[in-house]
Design a protein around this ligand. Sequence first.
Ligand code: UD1
Ligand code: MG
Length: 421
Amino acid sequence: MKKNIAAIIFAAGKGVRMKSTTPKVLHEICNRPMINYVFDLVNDLKIKDSVLVLGHQAERIKKTIAPGLKVKIAVQKKLAGTADAVKTALKKVGSSSDTVLILYGDIPLLKKDTVSKLIGYHRSTGADLTVLTAVTDKPKGYGRIVRDRYNTVSRIVEEKDADEVEKDIKEVNTGIICFDKKKLSSLIGRVRPNNKKKEYYLTDLIGIFYDKDLQVEGMKITDISESLGVNSRVELGLANAIMQKRINEKFMQAGVGIIDTNSTFISFDAKIGPDTMIYPFTVIDNNVKIGARCSVGPFAHLRQGTRLENDCLVGNFLEVTRSTIGSKTLAKHFGYIGDSSIGRSVNIGAGTVTANFNKGKKNLTVIKDGSSIGSDTIFVAPVVMGRNSITGAGSVILSGSNIPDNSIVAGVPAKQLKNKR
Ligand code: UD1
Ligand code: MG
């Protein structure tokens, strides 16, 4: 019989230490709410049945994550602890599963391979409960793994309830646990809030299973950074750096050149073609597509809706947003290009600005193939510039202008000169 797994994802907590009005799991890592990485994990593991536990700001979280996502929601009325969260979620878990996997909305860096290994271990040992543990020199804040004289996991003691000897234990609970569903369901009611926080701790089940002679296993994680829990903005920053490194490495493996991964910030959803070079201090936001053999940066900011076709150059101190830049177009030095459609083989001089915003409205700039824009040209949008035309340095192209093909314009406001290009 094929065994099915159901996942329970914790996301009810307040995230007090974030000191934010935004619920913790909606804080972004590489431009994306951190909880989405956990949904990806569930998806990659092909888990069909998942229950998200919400509580604090449940409505807001639901709204952000709802579109197209197949996840059931269980709302915890009072945040009475992680065992109470599981009890609430179990009511929504379908009947086809025999194993329950506990995941956390605020543990966003876990890799599929690690969780697959945990599930494999849980199955091959025939355990009733398998906890993913981590060995660390900084166990502070985590539940400590207590093992008996046969080295079997016998209990988890939370930091607040641990004595001095227990506090010295270097093996900690990552929080990720696999349970036999039947045994979990029948024993979850045994958990009592006998601790400093007066909460129902899921971790008490380890001792309860052990005392009942059920099989309890622990599997140590290889790379402890994967189990990083985000509780504060400092940890959010750490998680962001780790995720950014992964994203950058993925691009490098696909043939994108990144000179300095520490100063290159690429959104999780960017598309970048091979042999494109990204120079340091470049920020690439959501919904950006870059072709092959382009050169971007240093100090470039490509914002939402930027499209660079192949063989473009977007150089130093350039900001581009909601714009398409055609192939072989060069914009080498500082400037702003917004709400623009720039053709192929255009040369954009230093300091060019599209003044797109007027009377609360964003206006379009169109620059057609083969044109040459003199340094410090300002396009007061809406503006259309024909093919193979030229603007003189310092030109101001007034709003509503429609510059014909093959012409030359110059001055403030720019006027068409008699000589053609
Ligand atoms: C928990 C574990 C600890 C482990 C650590 C790993 C317990 C009792 N302790 O401690 O052993 O080392 O995680 O990061 O489980 N939540 C709910 N409903 C609640 C309470 C919490 O959904 O009623 C959620 C929180 O949003 C959070 C998660 O459960 O995502 C863990 O809760 P938290 O209070 O952060 O537990 P820790 O003290 O971190
Ligand atoms: Mg926590």
